[in-house]
Design a protein around this ligand. Structure first.
Ligand code: FE2
Length: 328
């Protein structure tokens, strides 16, 4: 069986083609990169619509399969930006109808986890999902992926990009800030806000932005990232302690950060836990994660009708019952 998965929750429109063993045959995408402003929903929808046909063709060419050889179609159902989700869902419905092949809905956050597990062979990890829009610490508990801690305001990636924009850096700013982190010489105290197991980043961002021009950009990048990542690491450690689990899986675009990895490595070593990170193409938003999870969803719960394929912009990770796990 070959599944085609469509990702369109935020800035990325991606199409992945994956076989039933998890072999990725194609993982094509196009990401909207606004220079000096955040993501505007209608511009995202326009971008996704414009690139959809090209990305589909690229994915089929790369996988060396014909459209008629696709057995399953999956799409990101949520969470995400409504206008953007709607384009992916529409492409999915159209392909399902045209090919007369089953359609399956996929939760975006769970897809990050499932491709991460598949690619790293982590079995039952505490998952740190850190991206622009999302920051959650999730793990399997009582047969669902439960959110143990999460941001109460903005995603940590969003904080980094917004701060970078104030410095005139392009999007995404994370990779440059990550380089500067290692050049910083002085830690500037910034607000460290952990509430229970939840996190708050906007105060940290504002405080750092107020110091632009007064401190070097390297020291600011070091201090901002060090504070934000320490908050994330603290909550991850708490969830490891609470659940007794011994694996940490980093997913989402921020998982590529060397600074975050260094901090998580230290914590995992001290706790005798093992850290896993998939390669970057499977950390950032991508179609392959949707295609792989489409196999899991379809095998465990069958197809859905077009009527049941509505998008769910506010869908929560723990709203979804991962039946493929219950059946094991
Ligand atoms: Fe994501």
């Amino acid at each position: 069986m070959i599944a085609l998965g469509i990702e369109s929750t935020a800035h990325t429109f991606g199409i992945g083609i994956v076989d039933s063993k998890g072999k990725v045959l194609a993982n094509e995408k196009d990401t909207l990169k606004p220079k000096d402003k955040g993501l505007i929903p209608r511009e995202l929808a326009e971008h996704h619509f414009q690139v959809s046909e090209r990305i589909l063709r690229q994915a089929l060419d790369k996988a060396e399969v014909k459209l008629s050889e696709i057995d399953l179609i999956g799409f990101s159902q949520g969470p995400g930006i409504g206008n953007a989700l709607r384009i992916g869902a529409t492409v999915g419905r159209a392909l399902s109808l045209k090919l007369n092949k089953p359609l399956a809905p996929v939760n975006h956050c769970i897809a990050h986890i499932e491709i991460g597990k598949k690619k790293t062979k982590a079995k039952d990890p505490v998952v740190v999902y850190a991206s622009g829009a999302n920051t959650q610490i999730i793990t399997l508990s009582n047969e669902r992926y439960r959110i143990f801690g999460e941001t109460l305001d903005i995603g940590i990636g969003n904080m980094m990009d917004s701060f970078g924009r104030e410095l005139g850096l392009g999007f995404p700013a994370g990779p440059i800030l990550d380089q500067w982190y290692f050049l910083g010489k002085k830690y500037i105290p910034l607000p460290y806000t952990v509430k229970g197991s939840d996190l708050v980043f906007s105060g940290l961002q504002t405080a750092a932005e107020r110091m632009i021009g007064k401190e070097t950009q390297e020291d600011l990048a070091y201090s901002l990232l060090h504070t934000g990542f320490a908050m994330l690491t603290e909550v991850t450690e708490r969830v490891l302690a609470h659940t007794g689990k011994k694996e940490v899986l980093l997913v989402g675009g921020v998982a590529a950060s060397k600074a975050l990895n260094q901090m998580m490595d230290t914590m995992c070593e001290e706790r005798n836990a093992k850290k896993f990170v998939p390669e970057v193409q499977f950390c950032t938003d991508n179609g392959a994660m949707i295609a792989w999870t489409t196999h899991l969803v379809y095998k465990s719960q069958g197809k859905i009708s077009i009527k049941e394929s509505e998008i769910k912009p506010k869908q929560r990770t723990d709203d979804v019952v991962p039946k493929w796990i219950q059946k094991k």
